[in-house]
Design a binder for this molecule. Structure first.
Ligand code: ADP
Length: 270
């Protein structure tokens, strides 16, 4: 009887504890939702004035030859800052949407090989402009690497990682995109560069929002410090993880490990 009463008391105490904790969390949840709504709203609303500014700068640019060298430099600076703000508001909007519990993720089957080829083709010009060589190692053409998830988000993830790999490479560097299969039903997407590398002490913070290794360096590249936070979120949503290894002044390797959908592995995608 004593044991029964003790168990009953424990159960009641646990239930009361849960209720009180839930109540205590309520204002926090509300504050979080308010903040997330505010971010989404502010970034959305900033897009219109930014488009107007971009348009005005485009018009001025057409008449650039009439401007003094100093004014031409000012115009270029304005253009770069507008582009940075546009990227920043877009990324904030993406994060706010991802934070929302109402945000639905598409669930479709897609071949990672297609995603990688698409990413490489899309970034080819950017790489060429910087004389960075882009190499794609996706092996045998017959083999498919099928994943379940949102292929658009995976495209965005590859864009972020590839854009960084090129951005933080010196001219004449090499960026390699690779794909390999592990024994435990997962796939490795490897993005390797021969760029500036990342100091060891920065590696644990790399995926935090607004974290930038070197403020001056990233500002020069027009970075926002949000790209890797978005990349990390996309990978988590797909049940995967990202591993980074890096050697200063030699380069970095970002490995995205994603679950592979084994059952339909040998069947071609429709
Ligand atoms: P950013 O928009 O500043 O590039 P990210 O979130 O994409 O923001 O990256 C965070 C930081 O990690 C960057 O400021 C940069 O210093 C560092 N970083 C990311 N990718 C690389 C890379 N491939 N090589 C060297 N540094 C990198």
């Amino acid at each position: 009887l004593l044991i029964g009463i003790t168990l009953l008391l424990l159960a009641v105490a646990t239930i009361i504890g849960y209720i009180l904790a839930g109540r205590a969390m309520l204002p926090l949840n509300h504050a979080f939702i308010r903040q997330q709504k505010f971010t989404a709203y502010a970034s959305h609303e900033l897009r219109t004035p930014l488009s107007v500014l971009q348009l005005s700068v485009d018009i001025l640019e057409e008449e650039q030859h009439k401007l003094s060298p100093v004014h031409q430099t000012v115009l270029q600076d304005m253009k770069e800052e507008i582009q940075r703000m546009t990227r920043l508001t877009g990324q904030l909007l993406t994060l706010a949407r991802n934070d929302s519990p109402l945000q639905q993720m598409r669930r479709e089957l897609f071949d990672l090989k297609h995603s990688l080829s698409f990413a490489a083709a899309r970034m080819q010009l950017v790489a060429q402009e910087k004389t960075v060589q882009l190499q794609l190692h996706i092996g045998n053409t017959e083999d498919t690497f099928t994943c379940l998830g949102d292929s658009e988000q995976i495209d965005q993830l590859l864009y972020i990682l590839l854009d960084n790999a090129i951005k933080y490479s010196a001219e004449g560097g090499t960026v390699t995109l690779g794909l390999s299969r592990n024994d435990n039903g997962t796939v490795n997407v490897i993005i390797q560069d021969t760029g500036c590398g990342i100091p060891e002490e920065d590696l644990p913070h790399l995926f935090e929002r607004f974290y930038r290794v070197d403020q001056a360096r990233t500002r020069e590249h027009g970075g926002t410090g949000l790209g890797l936070a978005i990349a990390h979120e996309i990978v988590s949503r797909h049940g995967g993880r990202i591993v980074v290894t890096s050697t200063l002044h030699q380069g970095s390797i970002f490995t995205v490990i994603l679950p592979e959908t084994q059952r339909i592995l040998r069947q071609p995608l429709k």
